[in-house]
Design a protein. Structure first.
Length: 127
């Protein structure tokens, strides 16, 4: 099955040897998003809530560029430098997604690129 890169200005460009997303048949693999403003490629804020909101904005841009929406997201992996921020992730997800919510894992990590507090990657299935 052919792999097709997804490219959009509505999410940060790749910082390294990876694609923003890859579409393979009806499945789209969304690369991990950190809270960068796609226009400036700078971290939006030191505030964890603002970082989480920006990450989901970036994911939404990737979903749209892939021909889908948050309704098509089936799995998310959330990486946090402090699991105490997990309730904020839940709040942003509740505001961003409709039920049924995607499957999800949340993992605390020691560090993330650019010193941010959150990164989220996902998988979409587009009918």
């Amino acid at each position: 099955m052919a792999r097709h890169p997804v490219v959009t200005d509505d999410a940060p460009g790749a910082i390294g040897a990876y694609s923003q997303a890859i579409k393979c048949g009806p499945t789209v693999y969304l690369s991990g998003q950190i809270p960068l403003d796609p226009k400036t490629m700078e971290v939006v804020s030191d505030d964890p809530r603002e970082q989480i909101v920006q990450v989901f904005k970036n994911l939404k841009g990737l979903c749209a560029a892939s021909g889908g929406s948050f309704d098509d997201v089936v799995k998310l992996n959330v990486y946090l430098t402090d699991l105490a921020h997990f309730p904020m992730v839940n709040e942003v997800m509740e505001a961003s997604f409709d039920e049924p919510y995607p499957a999800r894992a949340a993992i605390e990590v020691s560090a993330l690129p650019k010193g941010v507090s959150v990164e989220v990657e996902g998988i979409m299935h587009i009918e």
